[in-house]
Design a protein around this ligand. Structure first.
Ligand code: FES
Ligand code: FES
Length: 161
């Protein structure tokens, strides 16, 4: 049976009707009409459905909506501020990181979480952060370049001695 659940998405509180075990992704797409998180595999294998839960990137395709509690959820739609793209989005465009685009929304979310945690991540930290994101087009090198560029846009260049 459906319950009324209150969730906070992109800075707004929403009351949604869902059973507690409904995957968060279904609520975001079907109840709130947010298409930023994509349905890819539905099995926590590809990362297309990535959203921020608090400051952490999470796959939402199997995450029960009731487990999110009061933590703020941010989807791709909520990353931009006052009509300005998030620096990660800017960098992905600048570096032409997308080929087919299937993986990109999830990659952007994972990259945003990474750059809050590590403003200037090393390659190992970046690769670990993208571990749950698949790119079937093999755009990984451009995606890594875009993340490096986003780090500069957000936090400035690292000073080399
Ligand atoms: S759709 Fe969630 S990981 Fe693939
Ligand atoms: S750009 Fe096509 S799957 Fe990544």
């Amino acid at each position: 049976m459906s319950d009324n659940l209150i969730i906070s998405v992109n800075g707004k509180s929403h009351t949604v009707q869902a059973t507690p075990d409904t995957p968060l992704l279904y609520v975001l797409r079907n109840e709130l009409g947010l298409n930023g998180p994509q349905f890819g595999c539905g099995l926590e294998q590809c990362g297309a459905c990535m959203v921020l839960v608090g400051a952490e990137a999470k796959q939402s395709c199997k995450l029960p909506v009731s487990e999110v509690g009061h933590k703020p959820i941010t989807t791709l739609e909520g990353l931009s501020m006052d009509g300005e793209l998030h620096p990660v989005q800017e960098a992905f465009i600048e570096q032409q990181a997308a080929q087919c685009g299937y993986c990109i929304n999830g990659m952007v979310i994972s990259a945003a979480a990474l750059l809050w945690k590590y403003p200037h991540p090393n390659d190992g930290q970046t690769r670990a952060a993208l571990d749950g994101n698949l790119c079937r087009c093999g755009s990984h090198l451009r995606i890594l370049r875009a993340i490096k560029r986003a780090s500069e846009l957000m936090w400035g260049e690292v000073a080399h001695e």
